[in-house]
Ligand binder design. Structure first.
Ligand code: NAD
Ligand code: UDP
Ligand code: UDP
Length: 323
């Protein structure tokens, strides 16, 4: 990113998008945040609204968008299974039509465009850990497919615009990320466990809890995305960005209970369809290409995230309506 460049962030009022907008503003960029507020919230961007370099546009990226900018981060898409399965057709449209529109915009402007892809392109992986060369194991007709296949098709579009139009693309495959500004009713595991523990409610462990994930703290992730955008045009990705420290969901539940000192118990619930059994990024490419590696260990990141939710719950704000 060059000083005083104009940067478009789609999904900028969401969890990752709002942290990214903040980081870009700090670096001197002008930021245009585009969001339809499906899962985003005003509270995430409130502190930025006063900045002369920040602009907010309520818009659904499935429709064309004519603005001027130098760089585009395409983050618009619900990321939690609960929310992306709420209206699966809209989820696919957001990924596919949204990608076409940001790519058309980038083509007209010769702007750089970065796609927030996902480890879900690997599906329920049979190769472990997952390197970028692995093509994945996705059920194309299951309940996660609207997200997984939508994101896979978006990657296809990015690489076809690159081959066909020499578009200046960057594809980041983001692995599970957590931190402050996730919604109370986000539905993903870290926020669920923390909110349940702080409320003294049972922690809902899906399946037997032996499935694994590898969680990255939000600040590390944003640093990786910005580094990727700054690379020369020949660096297109896809590049995995995530924290390779892997643990079971049962261990995560126990760690949250331990840190919060909560009296909560763990209860088991049915495992959702096609829930990946294991996930861990191979981040050698990010190390070589971006000089990037995560720095915040799980326990430290959880302590910061728990402090955020604790403050939110004790404020008793209207957002506290239960899911
Ligand atoms: P989020 O749900 O908090 O943010 C998504 C944002 O996109 C929200 O503000 C939402 O209102 C907005 N949005 C959704 N559909 C839109 C549309 N049609 N038009 C305009 N705005 C729309 O999720 P997040 O965790 O911040 O994820 C951001 C991006 O990163 C997503 O593309 C997601 O797929 C990707 N990602 C996130 C993770 C993670 O662990 N957080 C992992 C892999 C990939
Ligand atoms: N598009 C957009 N903003 C722009 C330029 C294009 O939203 O500044 C949309 C455009 O409406 C089209 C899509 O991006 O639906 C793809 O554009 P492209 O030029 O690649 O294809 P075409 O317009 O030829 O279908
Ligand atoms: N999970 C869980 N309890 C919850 C929410 C999720 O045990 O309250 C599990 C879920 O089944 C999955 C893992 O935690 O195995 C991560 O789920 P999440 O929805 O956060 O992300 P994803 O499955 O998309 O990686």
């Amino acid at each position: 990113m060059i000083e005083s460049s104009r940067v478009l962030v789609t999904g900028g009022a969401g969890f990752l998008g709002s942290h990214l907008c903040e980081k870009l503003l700090e670096s001197g960029a002008e930021v245009l945040c585009v969001d339809n507020f499906f899962t985003g919230q005003r509270a995430n961007i409130n502190t930025m609204l006063d900045s002369k370099n920040f602009e907010l546009l309520r818009h659904d990226i499935t429709h064309p968008l004519f603005v001027e900018c130098d760089e585009i981060y395409n983050l618009a898409c619900p990321a939690s299974p609960v929310h992306y399965q709420f209206d699966p057709v809209q989820t696919t449209k957001t990924s596919v039509l949204g990608a076409i529109n940001v790519l058309g915009l980038a083509k007209r402007l010769r702007a750089k465009v970065l796609q927030a892809s996902t480890s879900e392109v690997y599906g329920d992986p049979t190769v472990h850990p997952q390197p970028e060369g692995y093509w994945g194991n996705v059920n194309p007709i299951g309940s996660r497919a609207c997200y997984d296949e939508g994101k896979r098709c978006a990657e296809t579009l990015f690489f076809d615009y690159w081959r066909q139009h020499r578009s200046r693309i960057k594809v980041a495959r983001i692995f599970n990320t957590y931190g402050p500004r996730m919604k109370l009713n986000d539905g993903r595991v870290v926020s669920n466990f923390i909110v349940q523990a702080l409320r003294g409610e049972p922690l809902t462990l899906y399946g037997d809890g032996s499935q694994t994930r590898s969680f990255c703290y939000v600040d590390d992730l944003i640093d990786g995305l910005v580094r990727l955008m700054r690379t020369p045009d020949e660096v297109t990705g896809p590049i995995n960005i995530g924290n390779p420290s892997e643990f079971t969901m049962r261990a995560l539940a126990e760690t949250v209970i331990d840190i919060t000192g909560s009296p909560s118990e763990i209860v088991t619930k049915p495992l959702p369809e096609d829930d990946p059994k294991q996930r861990r990024p191979d981040i050698s490419l990010a190390g070589e290409t971006l000089g990037w590696q995560p720095t915040v260990p799980l326990r430290e990141g959880l302590i910061r995230t728990i402090a955020y939710f604790d403050a939110l719950l004790s404020k008793g704000s209207p957002e506290l309506a239960r899911p």
